[in-house]
Design a protein around this ligand. Structure first.
Ligand code: NAI
Ligand code: 15L
Length: 265
């Protein structure tokens, strides 16, 4: 059991999920985001903090033996927005971890958009060269690189999860391959904190979907076997919308429309 688990981005979709579900796994949850965090439960500490605030992030990280880093820009944005939260914010987080009295184990919420320009008929494992599809995807590659640096230089362990689409259910045909159920996500987080030696793995965060593009053989030692599958939603999606043409970015690229969207100025 962790003593103090920091959850950044706690007001977001996945942050709210982790706040609700990770309590039995840690004595105390330190809950953080930019703004109002609501009322603290007895097992919670609430700390509002902008990830761009270096001193604030140092204080935020101190005393935590686990971090689920979910905070930041979660889709494409202007360079200023991506840089502030996902470049400077991640640099601040790793510096804080290095300086803390007992370095924490970290989960970095990376994204499929770090490899989004691969085609949907390509299968990737943890060794695939990154192919970001957006400034946002570039920032996730940066985060993975920071995890690697701070592991090799300082021994800080991070699991970078290239999350596919973590939603209550898939909302388009691409997500039949990328969907990660909330339950599988929580089960993965638990395994990452349980496994005795984590190292610095890249993990593809998807459920046990038919026709998956991603191979997690390299991280079998973590002991995570996704239990859910998008298959039960296929008929509903087929009835609700037309499958995109094979040359449509939504059907061509793993990152879908992130590949065809322009740069946000
Ligand atoms: P979200 O957008 O719902 O939540 C992100 C949270 O970060 C927000 O509550 C926001 O206030 C906070 N935040 C933004 N800038 C901040 C700053 N400068 N300082 C402190 N907090 C800040 O995102 P969601 O869906 O919960 O995703 C969580 C993480 O997982 C993100 O890093 C995202 O990139 C990643 N991810 C999520 C996927 C998904 O399917 N939900 C897929 C791939 C990656
Ligand atoms: C992501 O990285 C985003 O955070 C999420 O909102 C979705 O767009 C997801 O990827 C996806 O590719 O479906």
């Amino acid at each position: 059991m962790l003593k103090k688990l920091l959850i950044t981005g706690a007001n977001g979709t996945l942050g709210r999920l982790c706040r609700e579900r990770m309590h039995p796994f840690a004595e105390t949850l330190r809950i953080s985001d930019l703004g109002d965090l609501g009322d603290a439960a007895p097992h919670e500490e609430l700390v509002a903090c902008d990830l761009g605030d270096k001193a604030g992030v140092e204080a935020l990280v101190e005393g935590c033996d686990g971090i689920i880093h979910l905070g930041g820009q979660s889709t494409e944005g202007t360079w200023d927005a991506v840089r502030h939260a996902n470049i400077e914010g991640v640099a601040n987080l790793y510096e804080a971890a290095r300086k803390s009295s007992a370095p924490p184990r970290i989960i970095f919420a990376s994204s499929n958009h770090a490899i989004g320009f691969y085609k949907q008929d390509e299968n990737l494992d943890a060794h695939a060269t990154t192919r970001p599809d957006s400034l946002y995807g570039v920032s996730k590659v940066f985060g993975e690189a920071m995890a690697s640096l701070y592991h090799d230089k300082f021994g800080i362990e991070t699991a970078s999860i290239r999350i596919g689409s973590c939603f209550p259910e898939p909302i388009d045909h691409r997500m039949l391959a990328t969907w990660l159920s909330f339950d599988d996500f929580i089960r993965l987080i638990e395994r990452i904190f349980i496994v005795p030696r984590l190292g610095c793995p890249i993990i593809y965060g998807a459920s046990n979907n038919v026709g998956t593009w991603w191979d997690n053989t390299a991280v079998q030692y973590i002991g995570w076997t996704p239990q859910d599958s998008s298959e039960g939603f296929r008929a509903k999606l087929d009835a609700a919308m037309e499958r995109p043409d094979k040359n449509d970015p939504r059907a061509l690229y793993q990152g879908g429309t992130f590949c065809s969207d322009g740069i946000h100025e």
